[in-house]
Design a protein around this ligand. Structure first.
Ligand SMILES: *Cc1c(COP(=O)(O)O)cnc(C)c1O
Length: 571
């Protein structure tokens, strides 16, 4: 054990658990969003990873996290007056938030030695139990200029760049843990296929497929085919060389490519999707594999706004260490719920007015939509019939709309969505409807929005949304969701009690039809939701309360990680 390891162990040794320095589970994720100051995430996958680590720390689950440094983050999003997205590297002062370790390891990329170091971040849970997270970094003098760039841009670059990043995460991650003397790990959890190459490093070590399988757990995250990484065989062979044995390639090649999902499936003894419906969809996508499901959650105390934290402390002490206690929200006084909500809403509206000078109002019905701007999520569904929206706002009550979300730099239709929202925003803003697009959606804006709006909107085309988690954050703040019946919402929606469905869940489970969904969206807004908000406030607050009691108490990462422990880690 080198000096640094001793140091890390000492940091870890909190005195109340002998497991603290001996993680048994290594959790690998291309992105981890664990702190609003550390921009090494792009969206849902990374936030889930961060929330997972936080719950592990709270529950003393012996996990160590491994990810890439992504020194320039995903990107900082600016938007010009025409709605064009401008992507800038995030300026991130790594050493302000992470501690550099002297330990290094090397991996091979194209038969070249690439040296890696790690940055350390200890996440301390409620009982002072620490989950260490290591951020891998290839920006070292000994490496070639190309290699030095590999841990800078999350999801940047071409296929080759991406495969090199996955070699660093998977193989480099396994080796780094070894270099740091973590020798008690017997489960490797791959959060999405990006980390699948870790299996090849384990195979190199054991030379035994069954032994690797015993140790590997895989969570798949998307029912969208393009979300599953694959690489040309020629690129894979030249990058990996002997690290990719022919007999394994034969097992996991799909459509003549090296498919990372197949690689992870092949080497895992436990595989899951992230909501019940997503489990079903995944079983159809990957016949022949046993695929379970564990529905996602969010880390409760991260996502509850300050005013609701105070309220929960008063009515349900203990909710931080056991979010199931949030069931008790039914006992909270309705006026106090409303006051807490208004405090969170004011904070959001003040922020928006300060930034965009729109004169938004505290009392008007406010709808939030924040997610990756991409076609299947249909960001413009709500404003796709502006005339109808104008009519609804004029007859049923004023509406404020808040949008946010980044489009992947190469997703042109996603970028078009932003432009469309901008265009309609300019045409539509009047005394009854106000719209703002908040640039650079990140953890901070996510928390402000999910806690400060009156209604959380989600419009994915079924069955493309694996789970979705922002609606769970909203539920933690008493904000009901209005969403198509996809992902977690199939499990979380009780009509008119925790929110509302957009469109039906047809028995044949066909894809959503835009026209039907649009009609249903406007119908319910006009005749059920807005009237309830403005004219039946008492009932509205009851709905808010049910969101906390029924959904926040269940859709949290504490419950989720306990399911992983039972189903995946200790079997
Ligand atoms: C919660 C969150 C997400 C994921 O939300 P979805 O509902 O899964 O789209 C993405 N980005 C940020 C910044 C978040 O806070």
């Amino acid at each position: 054990m080198d000096e640094q390891t001793v140091q890390v162990r000492m940091d870890n040794n909190t005195g109340n658990s002998d497991l603290a320095g001996k993680p048994k589970i290594a959790y690998f994720s291309m992105e981890i969003g664990i702190d609003e100051h550390i921009p090494t995430y792009s969206g849902g996958l990374g936030i889930l990873a961060g929330d997972t680590i936080k719950s592990c720390a709270d529950l003393n689950v012996p996990v160590v996290g491994v990810t890439l440094l992504s020194e320039n983050g995903y990107f900082y999003q600016k938007i010009d007056e025409h709605g064009n997205q401008i992507e800038l590297p995030i300026q991130f002062v790594v050493s302000d938030f992470l501690k550099s370790l002297p330990t290094t390891t090397t991996i091979q990329i194209e038969n070249r030695e690439v040296k890696l170091r790690a940055w350390y971040y200890p996440y301390k849970g409620l009982n002072d139990y620490i989950v260490p997270v290591f951020f891998l970094d290839s920006n070292l003098e000994e490496n070639t200029p190309w290699d030095r760039e590999l841990t800078k841009h999350l999801y940047g670059g071409d296929n080759k760049y991406r495969l090199a990043q996955e070699i660093i995460l998977g193989m480099g991650g396994v080796r780094m843990l070894e270099a740091l003397s973590y020798n008690t790990i017997d489960k490797y959890h791959m959060n999405e296929g990006h980390a699948a190459l870790g299996t090849l490093e384990l195979y190199r070590r054991f030379q035994d497929v069954e032994q690797v399988r015993d140790q590997c757990v895989f969570t798949t995250h998307t029912p969208v085919a393009a979300g599953h990484d694959q690489f040309d065989i020629s690129i894979a062979k030249s990058m990996l060389g002997e690290l990719l044995p022919d007999f394994i390639l034969k097992e996991v090649r799909f459509e003549n490519k090296l498919n990372m999902t197949r690689l992870a499936l092949y080497f895992s003894h436990y595989v899951n999707g992230v909501a019940k419906k997503h489990g079903e969809v995944s079983r159809i996508m990957f016949p022949g594999y046993t695929i379970d499901s564990i529905t996602n959650g969010v880390h409760s105390r991260t996502w509850v706004s300050d005013p609701f934290q105070k309220l929960f402390d008063k009515y349900m002490p203990g909710w931080r260490s056991d979010p199931m206690i949030l069931r008790g929200a039914f006992s909270i006084d309705k006026n106090e719920i409303w006051d807490a909500h208004m405090e969170a809403k004011k904070k959001l509206i003040d922020f928006v007015n300060h930034r965009y000078n729109l004169g938004m109002n505290y009392d008007n019905f406010t709808i939030g939509f924040a997610r990756r701007q991409t076609e299947y999520k249909r960001p413009d569904l709500l404003i796709s019939d502006p005339e109808r929206l104008i009519k609804i706002a004029a007859s049923k009550g004023k509406i404020q709309l808040l949008y946010a979300g980044k489009a992947h730099p190469k997703d042109n239709s996603g970028k078009e969505s932003i432009k469309k929202i901008y265009k309609i925003m300019k045409e539509l803003n009047n005394e009854n409807i106000k719209i703002a697009f908040i640039n650079n959606y990140d953890i901070q804006i996510g928390k402000l929005m999910t806690s400060g709006v009156d209604l959380w909107l989600n419009t994915p085309r079924r069955p493309m949304e694996a789970s979705g988690t922002s609606g769970m954050k909203a539920a933690h703040n008493g904000v009901p969701q209005f969403s198509t019946l996809d992902g977690w919402w199939i499990e979380g929606r009780i009509e008119n009690i925790t929110g509302w469905a957009i469109g039906s869940r047809k028995s044949n489970e066909k894809d959503s039809v835009d026209e039907d969904d649009r009609n249903d969206l406007y119908e319910k807004l006009e005749n059920i939701i807005i009237p309830k908000f403005y004219n039946d406030r008492d009932n509205w607050i009851r709905t808010m309360r049910s969101c906390i009691a029924i959904n926040a108490s269940f859709f949290n990462t504490d419950r989720m990680i306990q399911q992983y422990v039972l189903s995946a880690y200790f079997r």
